[in-house]
Design a protein around this ligand. Structure first.
Ligand code: KG4
Ligand code: ZN
Length: 340
């Protein structure tokens, strides 16, 4: 079965071709980072316009790289939500048009289920049950995954997502956009113990997160304690100390979730899963607890069409995905909450 995966939920336009459940024949991602950089964040109206311009060239390139034609595609998977509604609609429109014209099934995919499905592409032998930490620019959530299509939400952020905190703190430090990769880089030269920033909600039993106070703590520190301009040393120490505060809470809660769910395996997915320190610390702490941990490679962690195609594989294989031209974007769409 050849599946076309389409992702346009935020600022990456991506199309991928997946053969069966594991062979990624192509995974073309066109990032809009440069377009949004002058604004310091994603501008929704510009994002949807760029998706419109790029989606067909990206689709063409994905087919070319895979060495396949459109008439060989057996099913289509498209991100239906959550995300920016104007951006989601571009992917959905293209997906519906192709499915209608070719008379093939179409499955609407949950974006976070797609991030989790990246684990099956990284290691096809990796199976549920496991605990998944999904950390991206828009989400920070812990799931108990008991089957490819069975998720229970264990906890999530009450305010900012972890990636959002990286982006906001990078802006405060004058490091530009997007903040995650640049803080990761700068922090390598810094001392993570130089400043002590709050580990929000780390003392509570629950599995929810909060990152907005951490951003304020960095801001207050900058206002009260350091005269500009920041020395490269102070900048690196601040970046490393901030990153450490985020990483410690993510690691502690994820390991705690594995213990509560009595599972032996963990995955970390989403853009922030690219973070070097998070990879190091999670791997170390998981090992100490006798837990196996899987991080998809960076190109499968940030938004991409291959994970979307993989997330729809089980449904398409079961013969689901009757074409519904009324299928709409779902900007808010809970996953793994009772009743969903
Ligand atoms: O999953 P993703 O590509 O898009 C969303 O669904 O949001 O994640 C993007 C987020 C951004 O906030 C970006 O700053 C963050 O992932 N990110 C990182 C790193 N690489 C990307 N955060 C920390 N360290 C990184 N190396
Ligand atoms: Zn994402």
């Amino acid at each position: 079965m050849l599946i076309l995966g389409i992702e346009t939920s935020c600022d990456e336009t991506s199309c991928a071709l997946l053969w069966g459940d594991r062979d990624v024949l192509s995974n073309v991602v066109s990032s809009q980072v440069e377009v949004h950089r002058p604004f310091g964040g994603v501008v929704p109206e510009i994002a949807s316009r760029k998706h419109m311009e790029w989606i067909l060239p990206v689709l063409r390139e994905a087919l070319e790289k895979a060495g396949r034609r459109l008439d060989q595609v057996d099913g289509i998977a498209v991100t239906q939500g959550p995300g920016l509604v104007g951006s989601l609609l571009i992917g959905l429109g293209v997906a519906k048009a192709l499915a209608y014209a070719r008379k093939i099934p179409l499955v609407g995919v949950h974006h976070l289920a797609a991030h989790i499905a990246a684990a099956y592409l990284e290691d096809p032998g990796f199976r549920p049950p496991f605990v998944a930490l999904v950390v991206s620019g828009g989400h920070t959530a812990l799931y108990h995954v008991t089957g490819e299509e069975s998720f229970s939400l264990l906890g999530q952020t009450r305010d900012d997502a972890a990636g959002e905190a990286f982006d906001k703190v990078a802006r405060l430090l004058g490091l530009g956009y997007p903040g995650g990769p640049v803080i990761d880089q700068v922090a390598r030269e810094g001392d993570p113990k130089a400043f002590h920033f709050p580990r929000a909600m780390s003392k509570t039993q629950g599995l929810d997160f909060s990152f907005s106070g951490l951003k304020s703590a960095v801001l207050n520190y900058l206002r009260e304690s350091i005269l500009p301009p920041l020395s490269p040393r102070a900048l690196a120490d601040l970046a490393a100390s901030f990153q450490e505060a985020v990483v410690e809470v993510l690691v502690q809660k994820t390991i705690g979730a594995a213990r509560i769910c009595n599972v032996e395996k963990l995955i970390v997915a989403g853009g922030v899963a690219c973070n070097t320190r998070l990879r190091e610390q999670m791997t170390l702490r998981a090992k100490q607890q006798g837990l196996a941990v899987l991080f998809p490679r960076p190109s499968l962690c940030t938004d991409n069409g291959a994970m979307v195609a993989r997330a729809a594989w089980a449904a398409l294989k079961k013969g689901e995905g009757a074409l519904d031209l009324g299928m709409n974007a779902r900007s808010r769409w809970p996953l793994g909450v009772h009743g969903n």
